[in-house]
Design a protein around this ligand. Structure first.
Ligand SMILES: Cc1ncc(C[n+]2csc(CCOP(=O)(O)OP(=O)(O)O)c2C)c(N)n1
Ligand code: SF4
Length: 341
């Protein structure tokens, strides 16, 4: 049990380390770190309650760079370790920093199971669509056809969309943000932290060295109004420079409509319902890709349902209540006992 000191938190500086952050200059990781440092003091959680866990990768160096408890673990195994920490210490705020390789290649198994179990861990998935630390091999999110160190003739694999895996694993929280928008990141990280259950935030992160501008068609200044759809629960799904475009329904499909054209009015634009446990729309939103659709950002899914560690605690309390064994002596004296003369 970690002793409580309840030191009031004054500023993000409380979470800074006094040594160099060794990510490359211009790496998207710096912006994520800065946003997390601004998020934590706003959560009303004492500093000694935060734990950051990671696997291996550039992004997985995160626990070194944030001044909290931390565990830089094994490649792909961060989700398992974070699960154990949270289940045995439910009062801690547990965060997992992971890359697209760490979570969806070697760690794919742990990743889907933490989502399925709905353990209250906040996952920051740095999706730079490449292995950064090991110098540019393709990852499970690298687009088909990409030329990389391990695919000199172009990859022949179909990539995962992290949102698809999240929906397929019955995740209760999935959001997507971009590393160029600190305001969006902070807003969404706060929502992820407040969510009860596993929250997965996919950060579209630039690796300036091995996959530079990989998300430029979404984040670029000239295209962002047309290519980003920022979702907010209860609000119409509008985008475009003057919010003149929206997502409308065509049968069971979504299409992009322009208000005032082809009979489309504001009333036709769908209103985002992030809280609907039935996830078909969330799945559709998470799959929208350019050029046919804008890319959905913000909180796509946020549903309340049972949390693993709460159910486990209930089972333990019930099992203790119905057991005749109340202490070690009861256990030793139960069942078959014999005397040695
Ligand atoms: C068991 C094991 N296999 C392979 C590696 C080599 N390795 C280290 S990091 C990494 C991939 C990291 O990519 P990603 O998770 O996308 O993180 P990034 O560096 O891009 O942030 C690999 C293959 C390892 N450290 N351990
Ligand atoms: S190699 Fe890429 S992901 Fe790693 S620190 Fe450098 S820019 Fe960031």
């Amino acid at each position: 049990m970690i002793p409580e000191c309840n030191i009031p938190l004054a500023s993000p500086q409380d979470f800074s380390v006094d040594y160099d952050v060794k990510w490359c200059p211009g790496c998207g990781g710096h912006a994520v770190l800065s946003s997390i440092k601004k998020t934590l003091p706003e959560l009303g959680i004492p500093k000694e309650k935060f734990v950051f866990v990671s696997g291996i990768g550039c992004s997985s160096r995160f626990p070194y760079y944030i001044n909290t408890y931390g565990f830089h673990s094994l490649h792909g195994r961060g989700a398992a370790i974070a699960s154990g920490i949270k289940v045995s210490n439910p009062d801690l705020s547990v965060w997992l920093a992971t890359g697209d390789g760490d979570s969806m290649a070697i760690g794919g198994n742990h990743f889907i199971h933490i989502l399925r179990r709905n353990i209250d861990v906040n996952i920051i998935l740095f999706n730079n669509k490449i292995y950064g630390l090991t110098k540019g091999q393709y990852s499970p999110t690298t687009p088909a056809g990409s030329i990389t160190k391990t695919s000199p003739d172009g990859t022949i694999e179909n990539p995962f969309l992290p949102g698809e895996l999240a929906m397929g694993s019955n995740a209760t929280f999935f959001a997507r943000v971009i590393d160029t928008d600190p305001k969006m990141m902070k807003e969404v990280f706060i929502k992820a932290a407040q969510h009860k259950g596993t929250s997965l935030v996919e950060v579209l992160q630039n690796c300036v060295i091995f996959n530079n501008k990989v998300h430029e068609d979404i984040t670029g200044k000239e295209v962002r109004d047309e290519n980003q759809l920022y979702l907010e629960h209860g609000k119409p799904m509008l985008f475009g420079k003057n919010k003149e475009k929206g997502i409308v329904r065509a049968g069971s499909k979504f299409i992009v409509g322009e208000i005032g054209k082809n009979g489309v009015s504001l009333a036709d634009v769908l209103v985002h319902d992030a809280h609907n446990l039935e996830g078909t729309r969330h799945y559709q939103l998470s799959r929208m890709t350019l050029p046919d659709y804008p890319v959905a950002l913000g909180v796509i899914r946020q549903c309340e349902t049972d949390v693993y560690e709460t159910l486990l605690e209930k089972q333990i309390v019930a099992a203790k209540a119905r057991s005749s064994v109340k202490c070690v002596n009861d256990l030793l004296m139960s069942g078959n006992t014999f005397k040695i003369n």
